[in-house]
Design a protein around this ligand. Structure first.
Ligand SMILES: [Zn+2]
Length: 239
């Protein structure tokens, strides 16, 4: 590799990290401002879970192939995704009085463009947000085009081939607008709902029956203050 291309590569790496830092700061600011303005009634009284609110969701499927050796009885990934969405819709309605709606005409979109390997076999953590994977997710977020183009702040779900270290799903908490999940996570009863909970600001619970219990299987229960936090998130709206 020539010196010039080495410099270019290093500059690209720095630029990626700078953009990621800006993304994090922008989201942190929006999160705080939202909680203290539009989200304030729910931050204080969200446990009443009224009136009903809405959360917009968009799912990008980045990998459609079934794992090898699965046989013919493995349902298509679109079906697995739809089932996970349906379970999430039920949990959010029952527990938070939040209606999960599609951001665009339908919930699910399959991406056929090439996807970087760092994304297909994603490793959960803050590090990848500052590299190739974070840039890919940022460029494909629903409702964002460097700046928010929608005041509904939809949550984007990326369905990848595999998550490293056996994770079922991951989320960047309030500093991201997306969830990453694989086939295994989609088949888990609550993993999608759990990860969206992180994106809305919920942290882990030590109670196995709680939706935010740290390991699978988690339950579906939520505590009163979890309703306050989720319903006051910028991803959850009155309109
Ligand atoms: Zn978690």
């Amino acid at each position: 590799m020539s010196l010039w291309s080495k410099i270019k590569k290093a500059a690209k790496k720095v630029w990626r990290a700078v953009k990621a830092v800006v993304r994090v700061i922008v989201r942190a600011v929006i999160t705080i401002v939202n909680r203290l303005t539009l989200g304030l009634p729910d931050l204080l009284f969200g446990f009443i879970a009224w009136p009903p609110k809405r959360l917009r969701l968009h799912v990008f499927i980045l990998w459609t192939e079934a794992p090898p050796g699965g046989g013919d009885e493995v349902p298509p990934i679109t079906q697995i995704v739809q089932d996970a969405i349906d379970r999430t819709k039920r949990i959010y309605k029952e527990r938070f009085n939040v209606n999960v709606r599609p951001y665009s005409k339908s919930f699910i979109e399959v991406i056929t463009d090439p996807v970087p390997p760092e994304v297909l076999d994603f490793e959960c953590g803050i590090g990848p947000e500052f590299g190739v994977a974070g840039e890919f997710f940022a460029n494909h977020l629903a409702g964002w085009n460097a700046i928010p183009i929608s005041l509904t702040f939809p949550v984007t779900v990326f369905v990848v081939r595999d998550l490293q270290d056996g994770s079922l799903g991951c989320s960047m908490s309030v500093i991201g607008d997306y969830v990453v999940i694989d086939r295994e996570g989609l088949n888990d009863n609550v993993a999608l709902a759990h990860e969206i909970g992180h994106t809305c600001g919920l942290w882990h619970s030590g109670t196995p029956s709680n939706l935010m219990f740290r390991s699978s299987p988690a339950g579906e229960n939520v505590k009163w203050f979890q309703k306050n936090i989720l319903r006051s998130s910028r991803h959850v709206q009155y309109w």
